[in-house]
Design a protein around this ligand. Sequence first.
Ligand SMILES: Nc1nc2c(ncn2[C@@H]2O[C@H](COP(=O)(O)OP(=O)(O)OP(=O)(O)O)[C@@H](O)[C@H]2O)c(=O)[nH]1
Ligand SMILES: [Mg+2]
Length: 444
Amino acid sequence: MAFESLGERLSGIFKKLRSRGRLGEKDIQEAMREVRLALLEADVNFKVVKDFCARTAERCKGADVLESLTPGQMVVKIVHEQLVELMGGANDGALKLAVSPKPPTVVMLAGLQGAGKTTNGAKLAGYFKRQGKRPLLVACDVYRPAAIKQLQVVGEQLGVPVFEMGQTDPVNIAAEGVKHAQKHGNDLVFLDTAGRLHIDDTLMEELNRIKKAVSPNEILLAVDAMTGQDAVNAAQTFNERLGIDGILLTKLDGDSRGGAALSARAVTGKPIKFCGVGEKLDQIEPFYPDRMASRILGMGDVLTLIEKAEQAIDLKKAEQMEKNLRAGRFTLNDYLSQIGQLRGMGSMNDIMGMIPGINKGALRDAKFDERSMNRTEAIVLSMTPGERENPAILNSSRKRRIAAGSGTKVEDINRLLKQFDMMKSLAKQMAGGKVPKNLRGLLG
Ligand SMILES: Nc1nc2c(ncn2[C@@H]2O[C@H](COP(=O)(O)OP(=O)(O)OP(=O)(O)O)[C@@H](O)[C@H]2O)c(=O)[nH]1
Ligand SMILES: [Mg+2]
């Protein structure tokens, strides 16, 4: 798959960061230098890399580290956001094709020779046929008899009709193809155009004449993810001389370095709408920048963890708790809300399992025993508010009542109170000093 080595490089950089408690400006600078090298090595356009790193470093400096994340995780989060941005932003993904108010909608495919216009145009036709559309493929590549035949073969495999007029004028074929669609109830037309090894005036003129003749609703540029910077330059030229509406990224399943894919959107400013992910005719997908960024970072698990942490942790509450901790005013109520927040993140063992470098086998011996967490929660919930604020008032009759209420034993309550005392004195020691950023230390 494309992006594999880039993903590996980035993971390596972040792994180093994640193991550090605090991040200074120097750490970030060094990480950004490595990210820059990794991107350049992945063949991302140098100007795109420069902008990317500048923006990311800026965001890192200005960012407040979320309560529940280590600074390293925070950097991963920011790089992820920036990658999503680079590829079109979260809402840019899975864009629909423009739809003509008066059918048919006309989509013109353009691109260099071998970029994947014919196959992916057909794949798209098949994709929309499965969604209930009635597509028509139009053979405007007349320079090789084999090109028409190729379109007919894939059309037949997909059960999509193909309009052709042999090796005649492609502009006329396009216009007639659209008329044919109108007459036959085809609501979606894909124009398969000719490619050239290099961009030349003849090709551009022809494409522009087709454009003028049929006013396509979408001009999609097929960009071969395997071809690196050449593809980026070509995309830029196509955009300048023809005007494109979106990018159809092909051959993403190949083991390319992926840089072109990352640059194409940034350089043209046009969104990637679909991607081809294999030779088979159903191997086309809508393009989602956020999913792609996660895949590039190869850290789906870490990102899921970050997401969960963000959802579950009420920042204000966390701040209040930190204040209480510093003042040595940490109560059983705080303890309870800590447990609640952790619970919101899902099973503790699941969460630990997501942190890289933690051996799942060893988790069974870990202190994060879900059952004891449940017990603790039940005990605290069985206390009155007054008892939670001031556990010193817990005499043996109160303890018996709480044990009965929580289905535990008085020993369990004593153990909990002892743990809580230890934590409180720890908190006092830390008061004025640094409080652990993550919740782990508080669980004892
Ligand atoms: N692995 C893989 N191969 C692809 C993909 N898309 C296209 N191909 C292959 O790339 C080659 C070229 O694809 P075409 O669709 O013929 O390209 P084209 O742009 O129409 O080429 P010309 O008409 O010659 O300009 C074919 O062998 C396709 O099977 C893809 O997403 N993955
Ligand atoms: Mg072709």
